[in-house]
Design a protein around this ligand. Sequence first.
Ligand code: HDD
Length: 690
Amino acid sequence: MFGDDRTDKDRQLDDARVDYQDTALTTDQGARVDDTDNSLRPGERGPTLMEDFHFREKLTHFDHERIPERVVHARGSAAHGYFEPYGDGLAAFTRARFLTTPGLRTPVFVRFSTVAGSRGSADTVRDVRGFAVKFYTAQGNFDLVGNNIPVFFIQDGIKFPDFVHAVKPEPHNEVPQASSAHDTLWDFVQLQPETTHMMMWLMSDRALPRSYRMMQGFGVHTFRLVDAEGRGTFVKFHWKPKLGIHSLVWDETQKIAGKDPDFNRKDLWEAIETGNFPEWELGVQLVAEEDEHSFDFDLLDATKIIPEELVPVQPVGRLVLNRNPDNFFAETEQVAFHIGNVVPGIDFTNDPLLQARLFSYLDTQLIRLGGPNFSQIPINRPLAEVRNHHRDGYHQMIIPRGRASYHPNSTGGGCPAVGGADAYTHFQERVDGHKIRRRSTSFADHYSQATLFWNSMSSWEKAHIVAAFRFELGRVVDPRIREGVVRNLRNVDHELASLVAAGLGAAPPAEAAVPNHGRSSPALSQDHAPVRSVATRKIAILVADGVDADQVKTAQTALTSMGALCDVLGPRGGAVRGSDDTPVPVTHALTTMASVLYDAVLVPGGQEAARALSMDGEAVHYVAEAFKHCKAIGVLGEAALLLETARIGPGPHPGVVVGTGDDVKGFTESFGAAVAAHRHHGRAVESVPA
Ligand code: HDD
């Protein structure tokens, strides 16, 4: 199962792995079982006997299988991998060796998640995605518990329960599941304008990632790196996906939620199983302590970014995910992240959101994992040696020897000893002030960066944001809440507020007191420095009896060699008959899949097949829907008929590649380029209502 790239964590997990092949069924006490299909009873029709210990143990264990799901981020999937720094560039700033030792591979476990939905909810809902990384470093575990959006809804963690109650299904009827489109969330939003910047991101396509492999990650807060002399440097952490940042479109996400609710989960799993290991680059923005107050926002305010144009993101290492978990519950469900898990050289700031998190994560694990010994669960166990005076508690897995369970002691020779060169020492920040409950005035501007985000969007991104606000607020029943949100949006941009109001049938809002500042940050747009790649893109090749078998083969081979994953979809499973009477193997019957599950659609020629497909509503729908969702479409020879039946006008249309069938290789290159561009939003922008 393992190659040479096993990490130390893989080796450590070996102790916990259990294989069942060629074994006999036993009770939990190890006694062999003779029958697990019939309970013990007096006579064939008698009642079950109390003494049936196997029956009772089996049922009791089953009754206790569930643990509480995470109060947020309940729906997730995870993978193993490693992190490797490029060089020793950060050695001047931090003692954390996993960041500064070139070529050192630190094992990681990474869990991606949605926030609002429960454990069984669909993957593709509009939501923030969690991006939590546990680094098993030699200096202890470091958890970077981030999201795919660089800011947060609130500034002070004391508001977290309020925000989460507002976004979760409403308390009286537990509706809607995994959706922010309801009154309580938007009521909170209109009354708490610090949410505005984050809501702009949430209404953008960042909240609809095509794949976990194609989204950014952010540590969100400003943290601190600390060097050997105790000097600090502010730091923001960024993950940049190697495959670029790509999103689904809203209509598509809703359909996928029904057709394949495990869409993102399966995508991650399959990519790893097929050796297409997901990869991200870790980048840092560094700010010297003395520059703390040199921005027009507060570095401690988690509703703000540091625009990349002000402080560039420096690449420092790469993260690779190369192994799926063996068991979902044991690993993905039981992994316990905690923002307070830090190693020497990484420290906190006084960001009030971060400070609240320092309490909440440990607290939540105690209830979720049932006691204080959860760090002994294999997936949570550090690689660094653990020795302390913590004793007992539920599910104690180690057998501490000796009498010394206190410090100072002489009975254990003073051990475990404190201090040493690698001991964690806190950054010595000077703090003084009055005890008050008050937000700093430096946290008061809730709109400038929301405007910056809006100004930085391309026209299709703006169109999608407007459509998202219209959808979400269109689902809000109370008109006062809708009006409150539109009033707030005026402070972001008057045109945005007016477009949203128009979609809701509301009166255009008055101008805001402060007009749009006109500044932008190009790096915020998904159109900025796009990564174009066919790698792992899923292509549906539609076939029917009479299809040009050569064209199928040539196109499939060429696209596969570019890294695409092609499925041949036919009217039935098995195979169809090619125009030269050779069989063309079919991956899936058309009806078991859907256009929304693919990045692109290709229809090879062959007169009989083209006619059959254009008479088949399902096949026509594949093409029409792919067109609507701005995906690449390729048709060869006679298959052009399908464009007509799908009512796709004469064109040319961006991303629609039509080939005669004489030069399939040349056609495939153009089609490959159209797939690599991900989406051709130019097609849709004109059709968005003004
Ligand atoms: Fe949180 C889980 C990310 C603010 C309290 N959070 C959780 C997870 C992620 C984040 C990715 C799932 C970890 C996993 O996969 O198991 N949370 C964030 C980010 C935040 C943030 C990026 C803002 C910058 N969180 C936040 C606040 C609080 C919490 C302000 C409370 C004061 N978060 C929790 C929690 C969770 C959690 C209740 C639920 C399950 C868990 O911790 O293990 O403690």
